[in-house]
Design a protein around this ligand. Structure first.
Ligand code: 5GP
Ligand code: ZN
Length: 109
């Protein structure tokens, strides 16, 4: 979708702090980090929000990549938090499915 911010980031048309990319996902640093490490992982396929996912395999793929990026790419061996905000009531501001990875400090509740 050409009018989607995260589709444009995944396509390399808008600069971002890329930390990982493969055929299925793109991961980049959040522009307003809430922790020392704050990375967003997005599927390259446009899906607006978690509730719109039709294919369970997409969720398995996405969480598997989140695991790989957090553990192997970012090296968050002390731990991390994974968050997906769903629709405006859940705090979602960008309507392209994304998973936040937060780490690098002991996180409060
Ligand atoms: P949401 O609130 O939708 O779950 O999270 C969207 C996140 O995207 C926010 O944490 C926000 O800081 C981040 N964000 C918004 N615009 C940009 C951008 O242009 N570049 C990057 N790297 N992050 C962005
Ligand atoms: Zn998109």
């Amino acid at each position: 979708m050409t009018d989607c911010l995260f589709c444009n980031i995944a396509a390399g048309e808008i600069p971002s702090g890329k930390v990982y990319e493969d055929d299925d996902v793109f991961a980049f640093r959040d522009i307003h980090p809430k922790a020392p490490t704050h990375v967003l992982v997005i599927p390259k396929t446009h899906v607006a929000t978690l509730s719109d996912v039709k294919d369970p395999a997409l969720l398995g793929m996405l969480m598997s990549r989140v695991q790989h990026i957090a553990d192997d790419v970012l090296g968050l061996e002390k731990g991390y938090r994974v968050i997906t905000n769903v629709r405006a009531g859940g705090g979602q501001e960008v309507f392209h499915l994304h998973v936040h990875i937060l780490g690098g400090k002991t996180l409060p509740f």
